[in-house]
Design a binder for this molecule. Structure first.
Ligand code: NDP
Length: 280
């Protein structure tokens, strides 16, 4: 069984990003990411801190704007519109989820598409759908890069993606399709989930339920991508019961040290891509 080590590869990518940033900033310019967090959800704060640390490592300037939990949607959108117009800002990221009184969709649509480094704006989602160059959502991009780096063949394989969220499941499925996989998407209303998963050559688990996928869901020799991240008393775990499946898979992403690391590295890549486009 091979561990698909996201940490090791992500470190390599961050070194490459740093070199790209050095080229872009050689004449005194900077690559700038603005991160907005509304409220003080502990998990969100950790993600925001990790993103900031990755920026520091890559030589990207980043500012975090902390807004109160009861900040109005109007003020948030006004802040985004100001950042949209600021030529020093290349990337804008709003940490999700947002408090219930704020319409997430409306907020995301207010980000200028050329600064939408998460790739969640409708324009960028549409471009991904038709296969045009765009910001690919970081988790989807990270999964594909990690599979390719480890020489996991995607073309012609049956890939089953469990989870159909706009930020993970759908873009992963679309990217796998662009790489010529045969893709099945599953969700909470899917019947015979176990049977479908057991047909997968590559199984992507993104449902947000700790250790849900045990060996009953996995074909011998399958490649398993575990997207889930859960904090438990015993540390972090994923959607996959790692210990139960490790003897039957051919390769698997660990949690921690797998997809999560790749997601942040891809965010750094998207920031450089945004800056390259805007500084041209
Ligand atoms: P969402 O809650 O938005 O989506 C969950 C999806 O899983 C839904 O499509 C839902 O179906 C489906 N689902 C839920 N329960 C079941 C079930 N029992 N059987 C089949 N399908 C089910 O989650 P996200 O996509 O945002 O995140 C998924 C996981 O990935 C979370 O653990 C999250 O923390 C993690 N994550 C990790 C990242 C990383 O970098 N590693 C990045 C982003 C997220 P339905 O649509 O029918 O409700």
């Amino acid at each position: 069984m091979k561990i698909l080590n996201g940490k090791e590869f992500a470190d390599k990518i961050k070194d490459e990003v740093k070199a790209d940033v050095e080229v872009l900033t050689s004449d005194g310019k900077s690559v700038y990411l603005a991160v907005i967090q509304v409220g003080d959800d502990a998990a969100s704060s950790t993600y925001v801190r990790n993103k900031h640390n990755a920026c520091v490592r890559c030589g990207i300037t980043s500012s975090t704007y902390n807004l109160a939990n009861d900040e109005s949607e109007e003020n948030l959108i006004e802040m985004i519109q100001t950042l949209n117009k600021n030529n020093y800002v290349h990337g804008i990221l709003v940490q999700l989820p947002l408090p219930n009184h704020i319409d997430e969709h409306k907020v995301i649509q207010s980000i200028a598409p050329e600064k939408d480094v998460d790739g969640f704006h409708e324009i960028n989602v549409g471009k991904l759908m038709v296969g045009e160059d765009t910001f690919i959502p970081c988790t989807a991009k990270g999964i594909i890069e990690l599979l390719k780096y480890n020489d996991v063949e995607i073309e012609g394989k049956h890939c089953v993606v469990v989870g159909r969220s706009n930020i993970v499941g759908k873009p992963v499925a679309m990217e796998l399709l662009h790489h010529n996989a045969t893709v099945t998407m599953c969700h909470s209303k899917t019947k015979e989930l176990e049977k479908i998963c057991k047909e997968a050559d590559i199984l992507v688990c993104a449902i947000g339920k700790p250790k849900f996928f045990n060996r009953d869901y996995i074909k011998e020799g399958a490649v398993v991508v575990d997207v889930g991240i859960h904090r438990t008393e015993n540390g972090l775990c994923g959607d996959v019961d790692f210990d139960d499946v490790k003897d039957i898979v051919s390769a698997i992403t660990p949690v921690p040290g797998g997809v999560g690391q790749m997601t942040i590295a891809m965010l750094m890549k998207n920031c450089v891509q945004a800056a390259q486009m805007q500084l041209k």
